[in-house]
Design a protein around this ligand. Structure first.
Ligand code: SF4
Length: 368
């Protein structure tokens, strides 16, 4: 069982075998100009992505739904979702961003006002700074607690879901609060409501997630099938991306600052964090030049792979030079830390302008 609210590390291969997620690499050649997260296998799995490939190829309407959970600061791992939204925005998808304040309340006890403030000051601000264009009409963002269409749909859909099923999917017990039991239904409605008649009717939809969110996807797909006759839902598709490793070797986590580079870190602070990250280097320069380093077990390499090096050729050269022992960790870390500083210099400038706009984005006052 996968628990969407736990912080355990994921075994990706097992997930593909056990839960029927398909390897993403099988359809990468069908995608026009895939972004680096796809090209590099960081997006490793999918369900039904063929529908989205077809919609993009035929320039048909499709939607992307990607929620944000307003608790904890955004770190560089969270950037992956925004990178994907920006790519889909360029592909003319309609983008829906539910702010999961109901989930935050039921699962973490965060009150609605705190969630709202945090969504504005941290998440929406960073989404804008990273380049998601909220001025375009194809982006819709809302608080779950204020969206009556979503709540009403969640209630209607709950008619065909029972307690035993929720316990089996999520491992809920007799002590789980009832709000927590119900909130996955809100997420199901978040994903399916763009297919209601008032939003243009049934259409393909894609939900890019980390693999820990797969229980929500399976539940949503099952429910879409159960209501096929009345709502004519097209079963949603999903993609799954790997999590970036934390700086100390475990999972990167907002609640453990030493593991994470935050988007709000000062460029100098982030630079220091890169310099102290765990590497795949050997015990001495001599050994490394003879045996080469281990980039597949190196956090610095992951930062380059996921975020910092856009050119595949440049990345391949770093990988090769590391393995062949011609690149040493000191030089490599210096280069990565300079790149990180440059990226955060850019983001911190953008964040200043984005702060004011973020409030308008959520209140609907932003002029398109
Ligand atoms: Fe990692 Fe770079 Fe050292 Fe290779 S040379 S192990 S990629 S830090």
């Amino acid at each position: 069982m996968i628990d969407p609210w736990s912080s355990a590390l994921i075994n990706y291969e097992k997930l593909i075998e056990q839960f029927g997620i398909k390897p993403f690499g099988d359809l990468i050649t069908d995608i026009e100009n895939p972004p680096m997260l796809m090209r590099r296998g960081i997006i490793f799995g999918h369900r039904d992505y063929g529908k989205i490939v077809k919609a993009m190829r035929e320039e048909k309407e499709f939607t992307v739904v990607s929620g944000m959970m307003p608790s904890g600061k955004m770190h560089i791992g969270h950037k992956m979702i925004v990178d994907q939204l920006i790519w889909y925005q360029k592909k003319s998808a309609d983008i829906y961003i539910p702010i999961a304040d109901m989930e935050s309340y039921s699962a973490r006890g965060v009150d609605f006002e705190t969630s709202r403030k945090f969504a504005i000051s941290e998440y929406i601000t960073n989404y804008i700074a990273l380049g998601l264009d909220f001025r375009r009409k194809n982006v819709k963002i809302y608080l779950q607690s204020e969206n009556k269409t979503v709540s009403d749909l969640a209630y209607l859909l709950s008619r065909k879901v029972n307690l035993s099923e929720m316990k089996a999917i999520y491992g809920f017990s007799g002590n789980t609060n009832l709000a927590h039991f119900f909130v996955p239904m809100i997420q199901v409605a978040d994903i399916l409501h763009p297919q209601l008649e008032e939003f243009g009717g049934p259409k393909p939809s894609i939900v890019p997630v980390g693999p820990d969110q797969d229980p929500h996807i399976r539940l949503t797909r099952d429910i879409a099938e159960r209501f096929k006759t009345s709502f004519k839902f097209i079963t949603p598709s999903s993609t799954y991306h790997r999590f970036i490793t934390g700086l100390t070797g475990g999972k990167m986590s907002s609640s453990k600052p030493k593991t994470a580079i935050f988007l709000s870190d000062s460029p100098e602070e982030a630079q220091k964090k890169v310099m102290s990250a765990k590497t795949g280097g050997r015990e001495s320069l001599d050994v490394q030049s003879r045996l080469g380093g281990v980039p597949d077990d190196c956090i610095v390499y992951e930062l380059l792979l996921y975020h910092l090096v856009e050119s595949d050729d440049e990345l391949a050269k770093i990988y090769h030079d590391c393995k062949s022992g011609t690149l040493m960790c000191g030089e490599c870390k210096n280069k990565a830390s300079r790149m990180m500083k440059k990226f955060l210099d850019h983001i911190s400038d953008k964040r200043e302008d984005a702060k004011e706009m973020a409030e308008e984005v959520l209140s609907g006052d932003l002029k398109c």
